[in-house]
Design a protein around this ligand. Structure first.
Ligand code: ACM
Length: 682
């Protein structure tokens, strides 16, 4: 038996309530701006005629796409038709990517002011048609909220070939995304052929065999192309042309990123004369004092600009250590000559000079938000990743910003309970968290116009395989797609999740290794409810000046006795963090109580330096002077790669009377973090 399509069920419900089926009920992702559906149907079949009226290039692109998307279109019998036409303007639509669509039983009529708009209309048809090839009749008026809707793929830490990149272009285009940012260069390997500098690809693109983490935490050696077992690869210039063309035919712009002045160990090992000390394997930052650096970067960028028609070229700019610059005579001379007061201004000198060069070729630069340090280049667009502050600073000074804050948009973090997932880099960031992001929240209307868009980033340090890329990207990138396209007022997570489950099925059927959202494990159980115990809402004091960090207060002094547990990540504002060597606190129960247990949970996540305690003590007192130690626990803290949780405390065979309970924990690693979420006394 055929399943009844979901929209028909929705229409039946809506009809029963005497309401038209509207935007939030249509099974399209990203959610269109405005939808009105009725209970008539249009059925796509082999006898459906497709007619495209568009400028020549778009007509060719769209007809080719329709052939692949809908199968053979050459049938003589014509029972109904889909008409796609570019017109000059469309009422109610201001974006060139918007489209308007009317669906009657005999015809689907899509109009747009560009080929891109028609392409997005086609995606809506594909999604509405579903498995039954049946669309509800009605009208849709649709356009994106943001002009830039992007995904970044890090192809340096692990390399993914052109066919794989093309496969991802197909998927993100289906969800109306329009930018693919390729992180082409980084310490782990240079990934684009540059004719003038062959060592970038016959040496700096290859490393000793193995995964990134083995290489990074090992000897970090590069090897020559052709070395047995070498790990790496790169795109030839022909590969790049092929990717760019493939993307253009799906209305996606590829944005190349060439890192500078930092993340350049591979370049500075291939061409050590471009670093301050001229020693291979020693530097991550280019020498900004050396004219050869500019000659190199401009030569590279000239070839890059030839290959990529994108208006924007990403020039990196993040995480420069700047450590060699203060001791480098050339950098010091540059600072003196240019009247630069510190190394931030020296970095800004490089970015501004590169911007001038890129502008002279008719292009613009994007940089990570560190390009704000030392003064922003006059025409630069800022990609805000260390939070939203960089983006806000950019728009406040009249620059465009692309929002990709790590806490919402870094797709290399855990998407489900960490113990159920493969090793990931960042904290727990499920679909719901990504979806909760609003790039213009708190920004006034005028400034919000400078928010160019939003991007999801897949860094690949811990993503060694294609399967893993897809697993981490899908479906969370769909949340980014919807943030970038749809009206925030219409967004509703549980309804989005349902549409995403349908999209996951579609992705899996198409051969993408999407995460199985339907069987998501979900949040840490402890964090989903209030917990009562003797300590709750009593008095807590922090001893010996061992206070929690201002960065991780979890709400302040009461946080560890408020009955609220943390979730899978210490960044959820429910975990209190200590960086002062440990914690030492006393809870005053107000009067003597019978106590049988005192305990607290800790987490360990070694990559961001979060460790289990090495020592825990629990002691009890009736007068806050004389304490009896009831537990003294030593724990051999060892580095591991998993996120883990452990409960430390005392459990008595018989109850003890006490009013004051002191709990101390010593950090498992000197200088490392200690995180706990609640002290429980029973
Ligand atoms: C970044 O994550 N370093 C941009």
């Amino acid at each position: 038996m055929k399943k009844t399509p979901i929209y028909i069920l929705m229409m039946l419900v809506a009809l029963a309530c005497n309401k038209p089926v509207t935007t939030s009920q249509c099974n399209v992702l990203p959610l269109p701006q405005s939808v009105e559906l009725s209970n008539n149907e249009f059925v796509l079949s082999k006898a459906t005629e497709f007619v495209v009226g568009a400028p020549e290039n778009d007509k060719r692109i769209l007809e080719d796409y329709l052939k692949v998307a809908f199968g053979a279109l050459e049938n003589e019998q014509k029972s109904n038709r889909v008409k796609l036409v570019v017109t000059e303007n469309i009422e109610g639509i201001s974006s060139p990517e918007g489209y308007s669509m009317t669906i009657t039983p005999k015809e689907i009529n899509v109009t747009a002011t560009s080929g891109a708009g028609l392409f997005y209309g086609i995606q809506t048809i594909l999604q509405m048609a579903g498995e039954n090839n049946t669309l509800a009749c009605g009208t849709i008026t649709d356009e994106p909220a943001f002009a830039y809707r992007g995904m970044m793929l890090d192809v340096s830490r692990h390399f993914f070939d052109k066919e794989f990149v093309k496969k991802q272009i197909d998927a993100i285009a289906h969800f109306k995304m329009n930018r693919l940012h390729l992180h082409l260069t980084d310490a782990a390997g240079w990934r684009i052929e540059i004719k003038k500098y062959p060592r970038l690809t016959n040496f700096a693109a290859w490393r000793k065999p193995g995964l990134w983490k083995e290489w990074w935490f090992g000897d970090r050696q590069y090897v020559n192309e052709g070395t047995e077992g070498a790990y790496g690869g790169y795109y030839t210039q022909d590969d790049i042309r092929e990717i760019v063309k493939y993307a253009q035919e799906r209305y996606i712009t590829i944005i190349p990123e060439i890192e500078m002045p930092a993340h350049s160990e591979e370049t500075l090992t291939a061409y050590p004369e471009l670093s301050c000390t001229h020693e291979p394997y020693k530097q991550a930052d280019f020498c900004v004092g050396n004219e050869k650096t500019f000659e190199f970067l401009e030569n590279v960028l000239s070839e890059v600009i030839e290959l990529f028609p994108s208006e924007y070229i990403h020039i990196g700019g993040d995480e420069a250590g700047k450590a060699s610059w203060p001791n480098c005579p050339l950098c010091q001379k540059r600072m003196k000559d240019e009247n630069l007061k510190d190394v931030n201004e020296l970095q800004s000198y490089l970015i501004q000079r590169i911007e001038k060069f890129v502008n002279s070729k008719g292009r613009q630069i994007i940089g990570w938000d560190e390009i704000l340090d030392g003064g922003l280049a006059p025409n630069a667009t800022v990609m805000s990743w260390r939070g939203t502050e960089g983006g806000l600073a950019a728009v406040n000074s009249g620059h465009k910003a692309i929002m990709t804050p790590g806490a919402y948009c870094y797709l290399d973090s855990y998407q489900d309970a960490p113990h159920t997932q493969p090793m990931a880099f960042g904290p727990y960031m499920p679909l719901e968290k990504v979806y909760s992001y609003n790039p213009i929240e708190g920004i006034d209307e005028e400034k919000a116009k400078l928010i160019y868009g939003v991007q999801g980033n897949l860094w690949a340090e811990y993503i060694p395989t294609e399967e893993m890329v897809e697993y981490m990207v899908y479906p969370r990138i769909l949340a980014i797609a919807e943030i970038g396209w749809s009206n925030p007022a219409e967004r509703n997570f549980s309804e989005f999740r349902e549409r995403t489950i349908t999209s996951v099925e579609w992705l899996r059927a198409k051969g993408y290794n999407a995460f199985d959202l339907k069987n998501e494990f979900g949040q840490r159980k402890e964090a989903t409810m209030q917990w009562n115990n003797l300590a709750k809402d009593k008095n807590i004091s922090y001893n010996n000046g061992m206070l929690y960090s201002n960065s991780y207060t979890a709400g302040g002094d009461e946080a560890l006795i408020d009955g609220v547990h943390g979730g899978w990540t210490y960044t959820d504002k429910k975990w209190q963090g200590f960086i002062c060597g440990g914690m030492d606190l006393t809870i005053d129960l107000g009067e003597e109580k019978e106590i049988t247990a005192v305990h607290a949970d800790f987490m360990q996540m070694c990559i961001p330096d979060v460790w289990m305690p090495a020592e825990v003590t629990v002691s009890l007192s009736s007068n806050n002077i004389d304490f009896e130690t009831v537990a003294e626990i030593k724990h051999n803290v060892v580095r591991d790669e998993e996120l883990s949780f452990k409960n430390y405390g005392w459990k008595g065979d018989t109850a003890k009377k006490a009013r004051y309970v002191r709990y101390t924990a010593k950090s498992g690693k000197q200088g490392g973090w200690l995180f706990t979420d609640e002290i429980e006394i029973n």
